[in-house]
Design a protein around this ligand. Structure first.
Ligand SMILES: Cc1ncc(COP(=O)(O)O)c(C=O)c1O
Length: 359
């Protein structure tokens, strides 16, 4: 019997999907051009254009942070303001990369519920931003994370609405799609509908957290933004000399729908985990479970017991815990964790919680 997977700490702990590994081995033959002039990178570009049903420009990137910061650098000047959710990774967890790559743009957090930007708050922030006043940073961009940092997905209409507000004020729209695959797998909509048709100008397309070894892509939907990208990417150290090894991962992800098969499996395991956790006395889900990240609060005793059992989880302090499921997981892995949590809850004498999801 296969060993059960007990590591729910992050999507980064999961291995590389076999299809990606096979693509790397396949690419590792003979020679090809360097710095992105190779055949694999061209095929990856074409695969993205087909997926998004439009002309686009694609630049591979090493990390989600690099992709985000590059995107922001082409849509915001040093004196610009970039609006995002209060929980946005660009604001919270990238050590100022966005500010650095833009040469100093200001990242402005907006109030959010379950990680989603409140359209009224965006409208209010833009109405009072002081556009044209020399003393104020100038509204330049909106950044939406899809799926977001609380494991929640914006619907196509919600993206459209936020983008429309941004556009009405002359802003460009970025989407942090580190978990774009999980969002599409959850929504079942077309990638085009969720991005450029909804008003997104530039996208960070994530592959690493979905089973690649290390590959992300900047996808630009507007020609005028693409002009600068190559220079900025080179300056940022993101133009790989052996680009084909990054591009082959992207190409393999898009081939035969692998990206959605992997994300779909991770999402289904996320839903199973959330349903199981909701039935464990003492556990309260903090957000609707829509992708492969589950956030909850639980008594410290339960957290420590699970850790002692060898389960990997992200202990955020104050009883807050994040669990992440991966494409490698099967129902038995989830059920094993839930059974352990149930047993500990009983031993600790925990009482059922009234609310399934905290408002
Ligand atoms: C929503 C989101 N955006 C961006 C990133 C950055 O990705 P990386 O760690 O590859 O820089 C992460 C990583 O966790 C993320 O969760």
């Amino acid at each position: 019997m296969a060993m059960l997977e007990k590591n729910f700490r992050s999507d980064n702990v999961a291995p590389v999907a076999p299809e990606i590994m096979a693509a790397l081995v396949e690419t590792n033959r003979g020679t090809d051009a360097s710095y992105g002039a190779d055949h694999t990178t061209e095929r990856a570009r074409q695969a993205f254009a087909a997926l998004f049903e439009t002309e686009l420009w694609m630049q591979p990137a090493a990390t989600g942070t690099a992709a985000n910061a590059l995107c922001l650098s082409v849509i915001a000047p040093p004196f610009g303001a970039i609006y995002c959710s209060a929980t946005a990774h660009i604001s919270d967890s990238e050590c100022g990369a966005g500010e650095f790559f833009t040469g100093g743009a200001k990242i402005v957090q907006l109030p959010a519920k379950h990680g989603k930007i409140d359209p009224a708050a965006l409208e209010q922030a833009l109405a009072t931003a002081g556009k044209g006043q020399q003393h104020k940073v100038q509204p330049a961009a909106l950044s939406i994370t899809e799926a977001n940092e609380r494991g929640v997905v914006y619907s196509v209409n919600e993206v459209r609405k936020l983008a429309a507000i941004a556009k009405a004020h002359g802003l460009k729209v970025h989407m942090d799609g580190t978990r774009f695959a999980n969002a599409i797998a959850a929504l079942g909509c077309s990638p085009a509908d969720l991005t450029w048709r909804a008003g997104v100008d530039i996208l960070s397309f994530g592959a690493t957290k979905n089973g690649a070894m290390g590959a992300e892509a900047v996808i630009v939907f507007r020609r005028e933004l693409a002009a600068e990208l190559g220079f900025r990417a080179r300056r940022a150290g993101q133009v790989f000399s052996k680009m084909r090894y990054v591009s082959t991962q992207l190409e393999a992800m898009l081939r035969d729908g692998l990206w959605l098969r992997l994300a779909g499996q991770a999402n289904r395991m996320g839903a199973r985990l959330a349903a199981g956790l909701a039935g464990v006395p003492g556990v309260t889900l903090l957000d609707p479970a829509e992708i492969n990240e589950i956030f909850c609060i639980m008594p410290q005793g339960l957290i420590e017991s699970l850790k002692e059992d060898g389960f990997g989880l992200a202990d955020r302090g104050g009883g807050q815990v994040r669990f992440v499921t991966a494409f490698t997981m099967q129902p038995a892995d989830i059920d094993f964790l839930i059974a352990a949590a149930q047993a500990h809850a009983k031993r600790l004498g925990l009482k059922p919680q009234p609310a399934l999801v905290k408002a």
